[in-house]
Design a protein around this ligand. Structure first.
Ligand code: SF4
Ligand code: SF4
Length: 97
């Protein structure tokens, strides 16, 4: 039986892939500028607000921060919450350049 987590109340944990493979229909793609990202600049496990706020649980809180675009829906919450303005939401065509 799965251990009960007392820190979880009315909210639930996001799980990558719950919305399906969104890479097919996403309009905008988040692109991280590592020259601005606090984690990359400091080379430390700090900030990670993009990981905290992503509703799809597709941001990997490592060094560097990575986003699993297979399941990102392009909502832009990570870009809104980033204190360093290190995430730009760009068109899928721009992201491929
Ligand atoms: S745009 Fe950002 S917050 Fe939204 S699903 Fe993608 S990684 Fe998560
Ligand atoms: S919120 Fe912005 S500065 Fe913080 S880890 Fe994410 S990309 Fe880096």
């Amino acid at each position: 039986m799965e251990k009960k987590d007392d820190n979880i109340t009315a909210m639930c944990k996001p799980a990558a892939g719950e919305a399906g493979n969104t890479g097919d229909w996403r309009d905008l793609t988040p692109v991280i500028d590592r020259a601005k990202c606090i984690v990359s600049v400091k080379n430390r496990m700090v900030c990670h607000l993009c990981w905290l706020y992503c509703p799809e649980g597709v941001v990997k809180a490592g060094i560097p921060v990575e986003i699993d675009l297979r399941y990102c829906k392009g909502c832009g919450i990570c870009a809104e919450e980033c204190p360093a303005k290190a995430i730009a939401m760009v068109t899928n065509e721009e992201a491929k350049r």
